[in-house]
Write a new protein. Structure first.
Length: 153
């Protein structure tokens, strides 16, 4: 994972567009969709980078819903997401026209922080109505990201 962190010191402002501070995933997707693709990509990248570099932001600055939404936007931008039940019209409309291997890797690292696979993960309490379905969604996002990374590299 160290290779993802190299050179990021000069990345500029890390977080977060004012429009991305609401915790509702539909609101976040609508706000992102209104941005031009370059700004959308920068907003998503900023959230993912911030979560990965400083996982404790999930306890204060960045709601986990926002981080998961950013991960889902990247995953929805990959060919492997087509036909998946979670890639609905709103997520498809928010997908990025181009994703680099670095952005996919960053999304994967942020997802690892969110689900506790990263050694720097923080304990999160995510309240969901169906824990099994949420776990399956997170696993599927991870699979799409890993597959996408293999195809890009």
């Amino acid at each position: 994972m160290g290779s993802y962190r190299r050179g990021m010191e000069a990345a500029g402002p890390l977080c977060c567009d004012v429009d991305m501070n609401d915790v509702s995933a539909p609101y976040l997707l609508n706000s992102l969709r209104e941005l031009p693709p370059e700004q959308r990509a920068r907003a998503v990248h900023a959230v993912l980078l911030r979560v990965w570099e400083t996982p404790s932001v999930l306890l204060s600055e960045i709601p986990p819903t926002q981080a998961i939404t950013a991960v889902a936007v990247v995953a929805a931008s990959l060919p492997g997401a087509f036909g998946r039940g979670w890639r609905d019209g709103r997520l498809a409309a928010t997908a990025l026209p181009y994703v680099s291997g670095a952005l996919v890797g960053r999304a994967l690292c942020a997802l690892d922080v969110l689900v506790g696979r990263d050694p720097e993960s923080v304990p999160l309490e995510l309240h969901v109505s169906d824990g099994e379905a949420a776990g399956e969604l997170l696993d599927d996002l991870r699979n799409v990201l890993i597959d996408g990374l293999r195809r890009i590299d």
